[in-house]
Design a protein around this ligand. Structure first.
Ligand code: ZN
Length: 306
């Protein structure tokens, strides 16, 4: 009798442990190429998903060198979310190595987050060898317009609901709540950036057309000769002339970008360098998609008021 009770208790204990670990295992394993897409996917997926980004925070995703563990991550995933538009072409090699049809192009768990986005700076496919490695299919930095999160979350919702129908209602509620929060923040950001309307700005890399269009900023030139191509001395001299002629007071730099050329043009033109995050995690306080904009809006308003 005593033995039977213990056996029953043990069975119960085993059952509850099994249920707990079972819950952990049942989370949808999602791999994103970038930290921005990780944050956005977490906002929709909530507690039903476990999301990992292949590119770590504060690294240039356009120049990422995949690691062996990235293939393993893809093998364990049932969903992949990528930026597309040639931004993360390196993911294609990883997908071939992972050999997992459900997260490869055309698979049920494959998400190209650029689907449905109105792409800026489309230049056709006539990119020559001197044009750098980036931006061959239009400007890929579309997540920097918070309004585009409506489209991105819509695409992610559709795929999550397809591969995990039991969570569909929860995903939809998460997305609605996230977009409501984002819309309220957008009103706040637009108000804060209003004084910067039309203010000429120079940046190192052309990350900013979507951000600039949403907030009516004017990025007049870029220190890179072309996206992905470091500047020549002649180009640096031309940038300084542009900055003097247009009275550019702000030069934007991302933390991973080379400081020397940026300091050089800022010094010559008596402008200040403003460090912005073009991706989640590039600055410590830009910890998720919404705080990414909080941090950038604050840095720009502080700089403009000086
Ligand atoms: Zn770029």
């Amino acid at each position: 009798m005593r033995f039977a009770l213990i056996a029953a208790w043990l069975a119960c204990a085993t059952l509850s442990v099994g249920a707990t670990s079972g819950f952990a295992q049942e989370r949808i394993q999602v791999v994103t190429t970038t930290t921005d897409l990780r944050s956005i996917t977490e906002a929709v997926g909530g507690e039903r998903v476990a999301v990992v980004s292949l590119v770590p925070p504060n690294m240039d995703a356009e120049d990422y060198q995949p690691k062996p563990q990235d293939v393993l991550r893809l093998k364990n995933a049932s969903m992949l979310v990528r930026v597309g538009l040639d931004y993360d072409l390196w993911a294609d090699r990883l997908l071939i190595q992972a050999a997992k049809p459900e997260i490869s192009r055309g698979g049920a768990g494959y998400v190209d987050a650029s689907f449905g986005i109105a792409v800026l700076e489309l230049r056709g496919m006539s990119v020559g060898s001197g044009d750098g490695h980036a931006h061959g299919s239009g400007n890929p930095h579309y997540w920097l317009d918070p309004k585009n999160a409506e489209i991105i979350t819509g695409t992610i919702l559709e795929v999550l609901a397809r591969i995990d129908p039991a969570g569909a209602a929860s995903y939809e509620a998460n997305r609605t709540a996230f977009l409501a929060r984002l819309q309220a923040k957008l009103t706040e950001w637009e108000a804060k950036l209003a004084p910067l309307k039309g203010m000429p700005i120079v940046a190192y890399h052309n990350n900013w057309p979507y951000f600039a269009r949403r907030f009516r900023l004017d990025f007049v030139d870029f220190i890179e000769t072309k996206p992905g191509v470091p500047p020549s001395p002649a180009h640096l001299a031309a940038i300084v002339r542009t900055m003097q002629a247009r009275n550019v007071r702000i030069v934007v730099r991302e933390p991973h970008e080379p400081e020397r050329d940026i300091q050089f043009v800022a010094g010559k033109a008596a402008a200040q360098v403003v460090v912005l995050a073009a991706s989640v995690g590039a600055l410590p306080r830009a910890a998720d998609y919404i705080s990414l904009f909080d941090v950038n809006v604050e840095a720009l308003t502080v700089a403009a008021s000086q």
